[in-house]
Design a protein around this ligand. Structure first.
Ligand code: SF4
Length: 159
């Protein structure tokens, strides 16, 4: 499984309440785990995003929408979109699109991969996701529809 289109910076945030069976990254569940995200870490990400061959940034985890992360993640996304309007932002979350589509954070995001990981539906050949129930959603096209609760997919399940 990869983390989005092109060559990307990936930020794994700490904190997740979904407790998916056979989660690929349980070390990230504790919201107090990991390394402190400080100004130095932010500048390191900007140094990478400055490179023309970097397509954008992916927020993964853990869950960027864990209550301990939401505000900081949203503010950081806002900064990134201001500084790099042509780079894409992807986000992986265990939450479902139907629950999060109203979030103001979505204005900064290009693609959301939603849903908990279901090991029974795991398939390593899937594009950008771990299990079949998850969806790779084109956020801007979805929000432009009359009914934004119905996701428009960014890509099919397989290349
Ligand atoms: S949402 Fe992701 S990080 Fe959280 S438990 Fe599920 S697979 Fe693991």
């Amino acid at each position: 499984m990869l983390n989005g289109d092109g060559l990307r910076v990936v930020l794994w945030v700490a904190g997740c309440n979904h407790c998916c069976k056979e989660c690929h990254n349980p070390v990230t569940w504790d919201p107090d785990g990991g390394l402190l995200f400080n100004e130095t870490a932010k500048q390191e990400i900007y140094e990478q995003l400055d490179k023309s061959y970097i397509s954008g940034i992916t927020f993964s985890g853990g869950d960027p929408l864990h209550p301990a992360n939401r505000l900081d993640v949203r503010n950081f996304m806002m900064e990134i979109k201001e500084k790099y309007p042509h780079k894409t932002i992807w986000m992986y979350t265990g939450d479902s699109w139907e629950n999060i589509s109203d979030s103001p954070m979505m204005q900064f995001i290009d693609v959301v991969v939603d849903g908990e990981f279901h090991v029974e539906e795991k398939d390593p050949k899937l594009l950008w996701k771990g299990s079949k129930n998850q969806r790779v959603i084109d956020v801007k096209r979805t929000l432009a529809q009359e009914n934004p609760k119905v996701p428009v997919l960014h890509c099919p399940d397989y290349a």
